[in-house]
Design a protein around this ligand. Structure first.
Ligand SMILES: [Zn+2]
Length: 470
């Protein structure tokens, strides 16, 4: 697979004209056939029949969707500390391959992202080796041990766009209240990994008939729901913006729906995200001790899958993330009890979400893309409205982050189609529909696929221009 353009080809960084795309911008509500002119890293124009004479590169986008670059607020890049699973360089390649131009990375690294120093290291690495935009999420407690709060304001100033002990819950209500008070004061958002660990000792999969049959320790829905109920009250008491990560149970959807309804549109934001696997797979996927389906929170039952989908469709769940969690083959080859939780997701998320939500007729493209662009941008303060860098929308003068999507592309998920370092996905062999065919970051054509069934070419070395070092 060629990784750089030949001398005869135009470079990836000059002016680009995207010609005749279906331009969907959920932030403004625009959905029309138009051209997009890109120059000096910004969107220079959107409209019919733009002048193409000064473009270095014209991309014929007839039949394609031009979306704001996709934003994933929940990925694990594994650097520092677990570079055998993924690095910032390889994880951001996987992001571009899947159409994501921005990712927010979780703090469960080694060392943990619980200080300005470690946040600074991650930002510097992103500056040097990242291929898309990278924003760090700081831990809320030192070492994610739940005992001592981090310096919230200092971490925010060091670039943290949110706080989370992801991988672990903040188990103590008292600690949670202190954190929420500080996070609210800093004007940031808290993201919770909802797992009451007193209910999940030794748990490795959903507590149900499959766990019983396999003789494995079950993980009840209440472990997730109790934390969301508790935190809803603490969020009200402190005024802290609160976000439920990777929601898995139907009961959780009900709690979030009720809470959002009672708060109303002007209340303190209370949001939730879904992950692709919780919309498509059940605990049956763990049958045969299949560690590729072992994840945290676990895959549950069809009624939960249906409820999570319904929550996305009715506006209860407003963000679609991936929880991209790379692990090495030898780690996932361990017995089910010992194998790590998690699957990769960046390369397959768009296709899976499109299949479940759009091709099924449940939502249209603009509604679904809002959950992958402007909504996560607002969650993490990356949008223009909150004074952020103006991501998540297509606005003249704004940053030129654009994802071109072939809505009808057919491709098969195989290991040689995956651009990250790890291949732990239960979707291998799956025939997928819809795929990103170009990812433009800060005006630079960073990934393209001439044929949507190709693995893709990565055209610029890194995203140095947009990941400013600290
Ligand atoms: Zn988590």
């Amino acid at each position: 697979m060629p990784s750089e353009s030949t001398p005869a080809e135009p470079g990836p960084t000059g002016p680009i004209l995207i010609a005749g795309a279906r331009v969907i911008d959920p932030a403004s509500g625009h959905d029309r056939i138009a051209d997009i002119a890109i120059r000096d890293g910004r969107i220079a124009g959107i409209g019919p029949d733009l002048d193409r004479t000064d473009a270095d590169r014209v991309i014929d986008a007839a039949g394609l969707i031009a979306s704001p670059g996709l934003i994933d607020p929940h990925v694990h890049l594994r650097e520092p500390g677990a570079e055998h699973k993924e690095t910032i360089a390889t994880g951001t390649r996987a992001a571009l391959s899947g159409g994501f131009t921005t990712v927010c990375c979780m703090p469960n690294t080694g060392p943990c992202m619980d200080s300005p120093e470690v946040l600074g290291f991650v930002r510097q690495k992103a500056h040097e080796t990242g291929r898309c935009r990278v924003f760090p999420v700081a831990a809320a407690t030192v070492g994610r041990r739940g005992e001592q709060m981090v310096e919230i304001e200092l971490c925010r100033r060091a670039g943290a766009v949110a706080f989370s002990d992801d991988g672990d819950v903040v188990q103590s209500a008292g600690m949670m209240k202190s954190i929420m008070t500080a996070v609210a004061h800093a004007g940031s958002v808290f993201m919770q990994h909802c797992q009451d660990t007193t209910l999940t000792q030794g748990s490795v999969m959903h507590a149900g008939s499959v766990a019983t049959r396999l003789g494995l320790t079950g993980w009840p829905r209440e472990a997730e729901e109790i934390i969301i109920e508790r935190d809803a009250r603490l969020s009200r008491a402190t005024g802290c913006r609160y976000h439920v990560q990777h929601l898995s149970s139907g009961g959780s959807v009900e709690i979030v729906r009720r809470e959002r309804s009672e708060r109303g549109p002007n209340g303190v934001p209370f949001t939730a995200e879904a992950s692709p696997h919780h919309l498509t797979l059940t605990h049956e996927a763990c049958d045969g001790f299949n560690t590729a389906a072992k994840m945290n929170p676990p895959l549950r039952e069809q009624a939960d899958v249906d409820a999570v989908i319904e929550g996305v469709v009715d506006g209860t769940i407003t963000i679609l993330a991936t929880d991209h969690a790379p692990h090495a083959p030898e780690e996932k080859a361990a017995p089910f009890d010992d194998a790590p939780f998690g699957i990769i997701g960046l390369e397959t998320a768009l296709s899976i979400y499109a299949e479940v939500l759009v091709h099924s007729g449940r939502m249209d493209w603009p509604a679904m893309l809002a959950l992958m662009t402007v909504n996560p941008a607002r969650l993490c303060g990356l949008d223009a409205g909150s004074g952020g860098p103006g991501l998540g929308s297509l606005a003249v003068g704004g940053p030129a982050d654009v994802t071109l999507i072939d809505p009808d592309a057919a491709w098969t998920v195989t290991t040689d189609q995956l651009a990250g370092k790890s291949v732990n996905t239960p979707y291998l062999g799956r025939t997928a529909r819809s795929r990103a065919v170009a990812s433009i970051v800060g005006g630079r054509l960073a990934m393209r696929r001439e044929n949507p069934a190709d693995a893709g070419e990565f055209l610029v070395g890194n995203a140095e221009a947009m990941n400013a070092g600290s």
